[in-house]
Design a protein around this ligand. Sequence first.
Ligand code: ATP
Length: 259
Amino acid sequence: MSNITVDGVTKEFGDTVALRDVSFSVPEGEFVIVLGVSGSGKSTLLRCMNGLTSPTRGEIRVDGTPVKDPRKDIAMIFQQHNIIGQMSAYSNALTGSLSRTGLLKSLLQLQDTEEKYRSLDALDTVGLLDESRQRARQMSGGQQQRVGIARALVQRPNILLADEPVASLDPGSSQQVMRYLRQAAKERDLTAAISLHQVNLARKFGERFIGLRNGELVFDGYRDEFSMDVIDEIYGDIDTEGMFEASDDENADEQAVTK
Ligand SMILES: Nc1ncnc2c1ncn2[C@@H]1O[C@H](COP(=O)(O)OP(=O)(O)OP(=O)(O)O)[C@@H](O)[C@H]1O
């Protein structure tokens, strides 16, 4: 398990200030949702946390150590799942072991039994064990994203970051992907930060919420503080009517998963 500290992070792209003096800490095992309108700085924040981008000022630390480059213990899931359509779900998941196995062995699928077991176990975590031999291109968008989660788990991270992992999915698939993401983080004691557009999904699956607006942190709090006023603060004057609606079935389902 790992903790993350975002300490006074500013990121500038020329004249654009994508993040402005953002600070917060995520303790071990917490599941954080990062919210904000398009352009508010969510992707930039996650890319800084993963070491893909360096802050202009400030620092990201994992267990007290500054993050300078992408690291094996931090896995990132993107909106475009970047999985290989011709390969099976299992082979895609197995590529998560690349940093340990090396490219050549990985291409020849010469990973050891433990890595192979780990891939099947990760597919089981995302509910795709029975589909492990199916070609990825024959799977739905939601299933492909779950393969992407499995691949991230095979990397054996302590931290799981996801940048709008459900942005291109229909509402049902989005819920399913979020459910598996949350379950995976819980089962494996991962510290997680997930950026989302959808307030209803955030509310349903989030434990802690970070709100960004114009690159500034405008909210940092837990479920009981995440009120309509806070949503107005994050989203400005967009219509938020109905954003908190979730059926009883969905809530029951969610409770079953997070037990
Ligand atoms: N590589 C870059 N070069 C220049 N400007 C950038 C770059 N990356 C991000 N920006 C700018 O920084 C700001 C924040 O962008 P960012 O992608 O982090 O926002 P976001 O909240 O993730 O948006 P979205 O939800 O649309 O992905 C925007 O004004 C964006 O145009």
